[in-house]
Design a protein around this ligand. Structure first.
Ligand code: 5GP
Ligand code: ZN
Length: 110
């Protein structure tokens, strides 16, 4: 997706201080953090949102979810909050599926 900022980060044409990467996803800090730790977990494949997933994506989603506690532990957090904004009405601003991982001094309500 040419105009997608997260595709550009995946392609490394835009820098985002990627702190974890594997075949399926990248992880980098949110540029406007809402907590001491605020990471974005982003699948490399462009998927608009949760609304565009199907069961063919089961393995990808399981992989992403299982990565969350590992990342949180790596950041020294014992607990964390995850948020997936979905669609404009759901507060999604970047139309490339991503999971927010927040920990420490959370400044937003569930
Ligand atoms: P959304 O509202 O779509 O769930 O969240 C998008 C998030 O991406 C926002 O929290 C915003 O701060 C973050 N973001 C948008 N563009 C960039 C960028 O170019 N780099 C980084 N690191 N974060 C971004
Ligand atoms: Zn994209």
């Amino acid at each position: 997706m040419e105009d997608c900022i997260f595709c550009k980060i995946v392609a490394k044409t835009v820098n985002a201080n990627i702190m974890y990467e594997d075949d399926n996803l990248v992880v980098f800090p949110d540029m406007h953090p809402k907590a001491n730790t605020h990471l974005l977990i982003v699948p490399k494949r462009h998927i608009n949102s949760l609304l565009d997933l199907s069961h063919s994506d089961d393995a990808l989603i399981a992989h992403i979810i299982l990565q969350l506690p590992k990342l949180a532990r790596q950041m020294g957090a014992k607990g964390f909050r995850t948020i997936i904004n979905t669609g404009r009405e759901g507060g999604q601003h970047v139309d490339h599926l991503h999971i927010h991982l927040l920990a420490g001094n959370l400044q937003i309500a569930p």
